[in-house]
Structure formats: structure tokens, C-alpha cells
Write a protein that binds this ligand. Structure first.
Ligand code: ATP
Ligand code: MG
Length: 271
């Protein structure tokens, strides 16, 4: 069976007005199997968001191929959920409508939204959305609030629920927790690991925080600026204590591996 995601000698070059073009990714090979949780690290500008957009199908590579289950899929679809680096909710829709908007748009044309089938499906989607909200620690009355009535952490949860409501095979998250305070962040990390373990979804999660990468990931991939992958290692499952966190000595060993791979600035993000 082919890998779930395969990047085959992928290159991305952007034309830059008045300058030579900018090479962001070059000769990038990466294979991701079903059920992996891949944390992607690397310094700013090295192409992490670009790589996620390629896998989403929102961008095409200049060179090479991006294959999902062996196929090139040039457009986003319901099998790939995405929480962008700068997520934004629809300000004029309530929480519940924000969550159900994607599938409603995808499944029904504007005229189809006047049929009994639509109302049945809407009820189903709302039930799913309420279930997701509960799982994510959002209270039932929050469903009818608007985004500007929510804290940043709550908005973040809604953005994640929006991506999850389609039950995607692949979930792409770009620095999804970077704006959260430490307590909310560690709650969201636990929640995401639980959701991953329960759903079997394959996750790619971009983060600048190595501690977070090693806690969340079954694998940590580090991109270097203009160098492609400088480090790719598996986080052994037996290094985790009961809390799910890797034991201190294992964590330190993995940090040293990343440092040796030439990314010392990442180690500074360890608490
Ligand atoms: N549409 C575009 N046109 C031109 N250059 C672009 C475009 N998108 C990204 N870039 C450039 O490509 C490089 C990689 O961008 P990307 O957003 O993938 O980096 P990143 O690793 O996600 O960085 P960060 O950690 O800051 O989010 C950057 O130098 C950026 O300026
Ligand atoms: Mg980015």
C-alpha cells in the first residue's frame, strides 16, 4: 500500500519582484504513514507553512510531486483538515455555525439549502458539532456566542473543531497553540493527543517549541533554511511516563539530537 503522504523531490521557488527567485524548498523527500503524529520544527522562513499548504493542496510544488495515497490532489478536500497559522473565524456567525459551515457549503448548493434533506443533515452536523465542543471543553451555551465574545483559547478550540468536523484523514495544524497561555496550551496539548489516539487521524503539527514537538509527536521532523530536512527522528513510545510526557533524561537526549542536527535556537524554546 502506498504511503498516506509522500513528498517526492519537492521544490518550491517563489518569483521575487526585481530579484532572483527565492528557493524555499528543494529536493524535499518525506514519507508519512497512516496514524503518525508528525511535529514539524525549524526556524522562521524555512518553509514549514509552505510544506503544509502543499500537503493541503492549496499550493502546487514548482518541482517534484506531492502524493496523497499515491495520487496528486491539486485542491483541498474534506479529507484534509487545516488549522492555518493565522486562523480566523467568521465574525458574523455563532460558534456552532462556524463549525458546521464548511460541510454545509461543501454538501449543498445555495438552492439545495431549501430542501428537507438539508435540514436533516444540518441537524446531524449540529449534533456532531455539539459533541466536538464538549470534547474540546467548550460549554453548550458557548455554541450561540460570536467569536468576539470568546477568549483567544476558546477561538482556537473552535478553529480546531472546524477542521475536525469533517473527520479528516489528515489534520494539518500550523502553530495552532502558539498564542495560548501556558496552562491553556498544555490542556490543548493533552486534548489533541487524546483526539489523535481516539480517532487514528494522521497529524502534521508545526511548532517552534521543541518541548511541545516531542510531547505531541510520534516523530519530529526539523527543516533547515534552504536545506530541506536536517533531522527526522521517531519519539520512542516507551520513553513516555504515565503522564504522556517523555521522561526527563529521554527528553534531554532528544534535545541533544536536534542540537547536533544544527538547530540550537530551537533548544532555547525548551522550558
Ligand atoms: N506566496 C509567496 N510569495 C513569495 N514568497 C513567499 C510566499 N509564501 C512564502 N514565501 C516565502 O517563503 C519562505 C518560507 O515561508 P513559510 O511561511 O513557509 O515559512 P515558515 O517556516 O512557515 O516560517 P514561520 O516559522 O515564520 O511561520 C519565507 O521566506 C517567505 O517569505
Ligand atoms: Mg509558518
Amino acid at each position: 500500500m502506498s504511503a498516506l503522504i509522500r513528498l517526492d523531490k519537492v521544490g518550491v521557488t517563489y518569483p521575487v519582484h526585481g530579484h532572483a527567485s527565492k528557493v524555499v524548498l528543494s529536493e524535499l523527500d518525506l514519507q508519512i504513514e497512516r496514524g503518525e503524529f508528525v511535529a514539524v520544527c525549524g526556524q522562521t522562513g524555512c518553509g514549514k507553512s509552505t510544506m503544509l499548504r502543499l500537503i493541503l493542496g492549496a499550493e502546487r510544488p514548482t518541482e517534484g510531486r506531492v502524493l496523497i495515497e499515491g495520487e496528486e490532489l491539486p485542491r483541498p478536500d474534506r479529507h484534509r483538515g487545516y488549522v492555518p497559522q493565522k486562523y480566523s473565524l467568521f465574525p458574523d456567525k455563532t460558534v456552532i455555525d462556524n463549525i458546521t459551515f464548511g460541510p454545509e457549503m461543501e454538501e449543498f448548493s445555495i438552492f439545495g439549502r431549501l430542501t428537507p434533506k438539508f435540514f436533516r443533515r444540518r441537524a446531524e452536523l449540529r449534533e456532531t458539532a455539539h459533541g466536538l465542543m464538549k470534547q474540546m471543553g467548550l460549554d453548550a451555551p458557548d455554541a450561540h456566542k460570536y467569536p468576539d465574545q470568546l477568549s483567544g483559547g476558546m477561538q482556537q478550540r473552535v478553529a480546531i473543531a472546524q477542521a475536525l468536523v469533517m473527520r479528516p484523514k489528515i489534520l494539518l495544524m500550523d502553530e495552532a497553540f502558539s498564542a495560548l497561555d501556558p496552562a491553556t496550551r498544555s490542556g490543548m496539548q493533552r486534548l489533541l493527543r487524546t483526539l489523535w489516539a481516539e480517532s487514528g487521524t494522521t497529524i502534521l503539527f508545526v511548532t517552534h517549541n521543541l518541548n511541545e514537538a516531542i510531547y505531541l509527536g510520534t516523530r519530529v521532523v526539523v527543516l533547515g533554511p534552504g536545506q530541506g530536512i536536517v533531522s527526522d527522528f521517531r519519539v520512542p513510545s516507551d520513553c513516555r511516563a504515565e503522564s504522556g510526557y517523555p521522561r526527563r533524561e529521554e527528553l534531554e537526549r532528544m534535545v541533544r539530537m536536534v542540537e547536533e542536527a544544527g538547530e540550537p535556537q530551537l533548544a532555547g524554546s525548551l522550558s
